[in-house]
Write a protein that binds this ligand. Structure first.
Ligand SMILES: [Zn+2]
Length: 202
């Protein structure tokens, strides 16, 4: 589902850097431009590419903070991602921020049905809002749709060592965001058991 994918994609722009730290794909406006270009169709801005826009950069990072605060709530009683667990936005601020951004661009549902293709429903913006508003509103709407929808129950913070990703479980027994995280976690558990065994031979 598009909403789930967009909301998750935004959240996981904060990720493990592969060396024990955390990196941010949206740290600078260039990173945001690339990220948006890769999702231009989903964000309804393919015809109107965005380049270096500091206001949009700030807005998207603020939306991400709101999304991550509400993801932390959604995964309870499980633990949140450790990347920002100590500095989460208050939940009412996060909700207000997402609702306000979603209202930037009023939309109407519009159906298209090309020959040989299934019918497609999209939210068509009223008037001609600037691309930056459309992008912020599309991200906020995706987050609202995901958080109110059935996929929210399968949201987890990956518990593998050093991983800070949120993911949506594909099946009930999935524990990790990816096979590589599963391998790392199993190796860590094995070492832990091995250490305990050495300390306590009984
Ligand atoms: Zn992981």
């Amino acid at each position: 589902m598009t909403a789930t994918r967009l909301a998750l994609d935004l959240a996981v722009t904060i990720r493990h850097d592969g060396h024990g730290g955390v990196t941010d794909d949206l740290a600078d406006p260039d990173g945001l431009t690339t990220w948006i270009a890769e999702r231009a169709a989903l964000l309804d801005c393919a015809a109107d590419p965005v380049t270096d826009d500091p206001a949009l950069h700030t807005a998207v990072r603020e939306l991400r903070a709101a999304v991550r605060a509400l993801f932390a709530r959604a995964v309870r009683p499980g633990p949140p991602s450790s990347a920002d667990a100590h500095r989460l936005l208050p939940e009412d601020t996060a909700l207000h921020r997402l609702n306000t951004a979603a209202a930037l661009v009023p939309t109407s549902p519009q159906l298209s049905w090309e020959p040989g293709a299934p019918p497609a429903l999209r939210q068509h913006p009223h008037g001609t809002p600037p691309a930056a508003d459309r992008i912020a509103a599309a991200l906020a709407r995706a987050a609202l749709t995901f958080l109110a929808g059935p996929d929210r129950d399968r949201l987890r913070a990956c518990p593998a060592p050093r991983c800070v990703r949120y993911f949506v479980k594909d099946h009930a027994r999935q524990e990790w965001c990816s096979p590589s995280c599963g391998n790392r976690a199993r190796v860590a558990r094995h070492h832990e058991r091995h250490k305990e065994g050495r300390r306590d031979p009984s």
